[in-house]
Design a protein around this ligand. Structure first.
Ligand code: SF4
Length: 373
């Protein structure tokens, strides 16, 4: 089933440099571990993009027409070093972060990422607890890296997989990468104990929605949790159209025609997925419905770009330049104070506004490949 009409792709104006210099509180107070934003949402999850590069060209995230051979990726010198990432992570943990997700681009392309994982795994909450460290990958390098990631302290992993049919999968990653290699990576990751392993499928109506039931059938009973993500209008380059969104309710309906499902409670505050279990005990699935069932009300996620810009929403159009503070000889107290101030002033809720038709039109949103999904 081919992509009906090639959507108009828009070359991105370089948003990577649109960021504010954070304000430093005159008398920064020590983080309390409970900072909350204007909608009373805590700061619990930090997503850290460790590279803006990827070896796939998924059309909903990094369309080849835009991220082509002439696209200029960030120079190494502008990326946060592992020491800088770890220093920032420690300050976010003091504000309440308990979960760190490493993303990209494709995070396994970042050289020696195991070293960063070891550094992050040594961090402790104010109560002395280890953090929940996870990573989202396209699985292309997972078979090779899984053991080293596990040994470094990674607890679990999420793999993006948009279909089982090799032709469909190769078309969606747009670099002709075989599905068998990703499935092998998943198997190796399970064998080394990166669990519970989650598999994320972005569903694009008319492109891969016919793969929903085969994917469910394949991952049932394997211990992996399959989640279906509604196709989103992230960034400004994927030519998003509402008629290519298959609402999660229809995804659940399609699966329920084959396997009886029962709703499950959220496993943690701010969880993005609605969970369903197979009535016959063969595991669970999830749906992530940013378009048709916005979950901004409990959104406790911050995103750090590859070169240290803090974004408060996946659909933000402006960041806050924490790298300037790191490289500007500010103290931990001052940087922690700045982070607290930024979060306290947060009121982002793009998906809710989109749903009510009052999202700001024409704003150039940051690319998902730059700040991680
Ligand atoms: S749209 Fe923004 S505020 Fe809403 S859930 Fe997504 S990241 Fe959070």
């Amino acid at each position: 089933m081919s992509d009906p009409t090639p959507n108009r792709r828009i070359a991105i104006a370089d948003l990577r440099y649109a960021s504010e210099m954070p304000a430093i509180p005159a008398h920064p107070s020590a983080p309390t571990g409970h900072v909350a934003d204007r909608l009373h949402r805590p700061l619990h999850d930090l997503r850290i993009s460790v590279t803006d590069r990827c070896n796939f060209r998924c059309s909903y995230c990094m369309p080849r027409e835009v991220f082509d051979k002439d696209y200029v990726f960030l120079p190494q010198s502008s990326l946060l070093s592992f020491e800088e990432i770890t220093r920032l992570a420690r300050l976010f943990v003091a504000h309440g972060v308990r979960k760190i997700r490493l993303t990209g681009g494709e995070p396994l392309l970042r050289k020696n990422i195991e070293v960063l994982i070891t550094m992050l795994a040594e961090l402790r909450t104010p109560q002395g607890q280890p953090l929940d460290i996870t990573l989202t990958t396209n699985g292309s390098l997972l078979a090779k890296k899984a053991q080293a990631l596990k040994d470094a302290g990674l607890r679990r992993v999420t793999v993006s997989l948009d279909g089982l049919d090799d032709t469909v999968f190769r078309r969606m990653n747009d670099v002709d990468f075989p599905v068998a290699d990703v499935l092998h990576g998943i198997e190796v990751a399970q064998n080394v104990g990166l669990a519970p392993l989650k598999v994320n499928m972005v569903v694009k109506r008319g492109t891969n929605d016919h793969e929903i039931v085969p994917m469910a059938r394949h991952f049932r009973g394997t211990g992996s949790v399959l989640r279906f993500i509604e196709y989103m209008d992230v960034g400004a380059t994927n030519g998003w159209r509402m008629d290519e969104v298959l609402p999660s309710a229809q995804v659940v309906e399609r699966i329920a025609q084959h396997f009886a499902l029962q709703p499950l409670e959220a496993s943690e505050p701010g969880e993005t997925a609605q969970r369903w279990r197979y009535a016959d005990g063969q595991g669970e699935i999830g749906v992530i419905s940013s378009v048709t069932q916005a979950f901004c009300g409990s959104c406790n996620r911050a995103r750090l770009s590859t070169e240290g810009k803090l974004f408060l929403c996946l659909f933000a159009s402006q960041g806050h330049d924490l790298r300037a503070l790191l490289r500007g000889a500010y103290s931990d107290e001052q940087i922690a104070g700045a982070i607290g101030l930024i979060w306290q002033q947060r009121s982002d809720r793009y998906s809710q506004l989109r749903a009510s038709g009052s999202a700001a039109a024409g704003e150039r949103r940051v690319e998902m490949s730059y700040i991680g999904g």
